[in-house]
Design a protein around this ligand. Structure first.
Ligand SMILES: O=P(O)(O)O[C@@H]1[C@@H](OP(=O)(O)O)[C@H](OP(=O)(O)O)[C@H](O)[C@H](OP(=O)(O)O)[C@H]1OP(=O)(O)O
Ligand SMILES: Nc1ncnc2c1ncn2[C@@H]1O[C@H](COP(=O)(O)OP(=O)(O)OP(=O)(O)O)[C@@H](O)[C@H]1O
Ligand SMILES: [Zn+2]
Length: 445
């Protein structure tokens, strides 16, 4: 397909959502090459210096770190390197069946500027303030729209899809966690981060979702996690009906699901779930839980997340080895510190070992930030020849085809390691402080 998207093509692309780095547009036109596809367009921070285009691929150090992956290292631009990372690293870890890296298609600056202008009023204001479409990109990614079934779907069929951002699903065991941070071994990063986000005004309520439930491998706990996600979707849960959002926040966070929102959602499920009023939502949450539990999809994600076995408190020392700089963390700790010997041991490992620790940390960071999209459509009675897996909802006597994809498998830059360390210390520091103050208050009462 050699086609350059021009300004007048922009009207056929409508806002579907966005994260911190990319804006996603769904196709509403009739061109066969685009039906059932989305465009993933890079954004650029508003406070950033200059918009960049086709910036060089990986840095010299990143090339050394990813040297096993030849395609990644030889990618001429950052965009191509990102693409190779999905194709060659994440695909092999998560399984190519559930990953669609998409294809790059060329666009004009006018196309990007028109898109940016067209979608402005639909974007959350905090996202608008933070970033805009990068007008200097010369290509964007064309990916299958995972909220739709296209091939073979009958016009009357509906497609309902859920998007889940599960975040980190395990408690770290690393020996490098400092004693003052030992709470990290018993309280999830997600829970601690919620406290900080509430304090910073980024969320209005603590989430009822616990990632440990979702990743537990127990059907009851998976169900509990899905109920928690429904109750407090934030940026962890969205539901689309035929590509339109019916629950959750478009492009950002959603507040806790109110009675009104719950009722509207229950009504929207009328064409999906055959149950009496008041029970459709429960049945639908059962369907999601059952699919997640039986598909085993999250087992793969957890395995990749656990490539981070040193925790950032260990990996940060390896990072300073990789960049051949004095360790800013060790410099701050006193020599008598119980852990200083352990950290010194990290500074005497080989460069290859250091690179492996950091590389695995960054791969795990991608797996902790990915989302999963699962789409369902009814399976006609007797239609056994379907390329899709099937899930049965016994309570309503319905069968569904489903497909599942991982999205947002972006490569995290090496230079973000210091930020990861600072954020980790801020999250745990705030939580420890909060626990102490609560205990003191209880003591006074
Ligand atoms: O650090 P975290 O855990 O807060 O994750 C960031 C996410 O915040 P969250 O806590 O999920 O709301 C954050 O999501 P939001 O912008 O908050 O929706 C991004 O996904 C960010 O990744 P990147 O900047 O796109 O590479 C994520 O950054 P990475 O840690 O994945 O680099
Ligand atoms: N292939 C797809 N099909 C359907 N919807 C999609 C697809 N890819 C992305 N989306 C929608 O667009 C939103 C933003 O996409 P994405 O998560 O890739 O952005 P991002 O900026 O990389 O996110 P993050 O901030 O998590 O790094 C998603 O939350 C999802 O709702
Ligand atoms: Zn150190």
């Amino acid at each position: 397909m050699v086609m350059v998207l021009q300004a007048n093509d922009a009207r056929e692309w409508c806002y579907r959502g966005e994260g911190a780095v990319n804006l996603v547009l769904a196709y509403s036109g009739e061109h066969p090459d685009f039906v059932g596809k989305v465009l993933r367009v890079q954004k650029v921070p508003r406070n950033g210096s200059q918009c960049e285009n086709g910036h060089p691929g990986l840095t010299e150090l990143e090339c050394l770190m990813w040297k096993e992956f030849k395609e990644l290292v030889s990618a001429p631009t950052k965009e191509m390197a990102e693409y190779c990372f999905v194709q060659h690293v994440m695909c092999s870890l998560l399984g190519s069946k559930n990953v669609d890296a998409g294809i790059h298609i060329p666009v004009t600056r006018e196309f990007l500027e028109t898109v940016d202008n067209n979608v402005l009023c639909q974007r959350p204001s905090f996202r608008v303030d933070a970033a805009m479409v990068n007008p200097l990109c010369d290509s964007v990614l064309l990916i299958s729209d995972h909220s739709l079934f296209t091939r073979g779907a009958l016009k009357k069929d509906f497609c309902i899809s859920v998007e889940i951002k599960p975040k980190c699903g395990f408690l770290p065991l690393s020996e490098f966690i400092a004693s003052e941070n030992s709470i990290k071994r018993s309280v999830t990063r997600f829970k601690m981060h919620q406290a900080l986000k509430l304090h910073q005004g980024k969320i209005s309520e603590i989430s009822a979702y616990d990632p440990l439930d979702l990743f537990s491998g127990s059907s009851d706990r998976v169900h509990k996690a899905i109920k928690g996600l429904f109750k407090t979707p934030q940026n962890n849960f969205r539901v689309f009906l035929n590509g339109s959002l019916i629950l959750g926040g478009l492009g950002g966070n959603a507040d806790a699901t109110s009675c009104e929102v719950g009722e509207t959602f229950e009504n929207a499920l009328k064409c999906v779930i055959q149950a009496i009023d008041g029970q459709r939502t429960q049945r639908f949450l059962d369907l999601i839980s059952k699919t997640i539990f039986s598909s085993g999809l999250l087992n793969k994600v957890l395995e990749v997340q656990k490539l981070d076995n040193a925790d950032i408190e260990g990996a940060i020392h390896a990072y300073y080895n990789v960049i051949s700089q004095p360790c800013a963390v060790c410099n701050k700790r006193s020599a008598e510190d119980q852990l200083s010997e352990r950290y010194s041991s990290l500074h005497s490992i080989s460069n290859d070992e250091s690179m492996k620790i950091v590389r695995n940390y960054l791969i795990a960071a991608t797996a902790k930030d990915l989302s999963m999209m699962i789409s369902f459509r009814p399976r006609e009675d007797g239609s056994v020849e379907s390329p899709y897996s099937m899930v049965s909802l016994e309570s309503t006597n319905q069968n569904f085809d489903y497909k599942a994809y991982f999205i947002d498998l972006d490569l995290k830059p090496l230079e973000r390691m210091e930020y990861y360390y600072k954020l980790d210390q801020q999250i745990v520091g705030y939580y420890v402080q909060m626990v102490k103050s609560t205990q003191q208050l209880r003591h006074i009462e």
